[in-house]
Write a protein that binds this ligand. Sequence first.
Ligand SMILES: Nc1ncnc2c1ncn2[C@@H]1O[C@H](COP(=O)(O)OP(=O)(O)OP(=O)(O)O)[C@@H](O)[C@H]1O
Length: 240
Amino acid sequence: MAEKQYEPTPTVIADDIHITYKVQSGGSTREVHAVKGVTFVAHKGEAIGLIGSNGSGKSTLLKAVAGLLPPARGHIYTQGQPSLLGVNAALMNDLTGERNVVLGGLAMGMTRRQLRERYQQIVDFSGVDDKGDFITLPMRTYSSGMAARLRFSIAAAKSHDVLMIDEALATGDAAFQRRSNARIAELRAEAGTVFLVSHNNRTVTETCDRALWLEAGTLRMDGPAKDVVAAYEAHTKPKK
Ligand SMILES: Nc1ncnc2c1ncn2[C@@H]1O[C@H](COP(=O)(O)OP(=O)(O)OP(=O)(O)O)[C@@H](O)[C@H]1O
C-alpha cells in the first residue's frame, strides 16, 4: 500500500512584499527600496538559508517576517510568533551574562520556572564559562564570538514556531558550530521553521535544505540549498 502523503504545512507566506526605509538627509526625505516584490512560502520542518551580497535585503526581509518592519506593499502571513535572533539582539552589555540569560529568556516568553530549569543548560551550551567564570561578568567583557554564542544559546533553549537567525553562527568556533548545527536540527524536528542569514556558504549547505538568494532586493533564486549556493558562487566568483 502506498504511504500516505502529508501536505506540507505553511508557516510563513510572503506575498509580493516591498519594504522601504525613509531616510532624512539634509532636510529632504529619501526612500530606500530595500525589498522589491519578494514571494515565497516556508513550511514546517524546513531550514531556509538567506544568501546574497551585502545590502541585498536579507536582514530587512527577516525583520519584516518577524513583524518588526511593516511592508509598504504586499502581505506576510505567519503561523505562530516568529522570533528573530540577531547578532544585535537586545542583550545588555553592562549586565552580566547571567542576568542576560534571565532577561533574554523572559523576553522570549519563557516562564521563570522554565528559566530555572534550563538556566544551566543554556550556560553550558554557550560554553561561555569554559574559560573561567565569565557568566558572572558583564557582557562587554566578552569577545564577539562569546556574546554571539550566548545569544544563540538563549534563543535555542526554547522551541520556536519560526526561528530566524541572523549571522549568529558565523562567529562561533568549529566546536560551537557543530553544537549549534545539532540544535538547529532538533528545532527543525520539533516542527518549527528555521531561517538563517549567513555569508558562510558552507554553513548554509550544511544546516539548510533550502535557500533563497536575494540580490538588490529581489529574489534571484529559491531552491535546494546546494543548487542555490552553487549558482550564487558561480555569480560571485571573480571573472577572469
Ligand atoms: N535603517 C535603515 N535605514 C535606511 N536604509 C537601510 C536601513 N537598513 C538597511 N537599509 C538599506 O536597505 C538595503 C538592504 O539592507 P539589508 O541590511 O537588509 O541587507 P543585507 O542583505 O542584510 O546586507 P548585509 O549582508 O550587509 O548584512 C541596503 O540598501 C541598506 O542600505
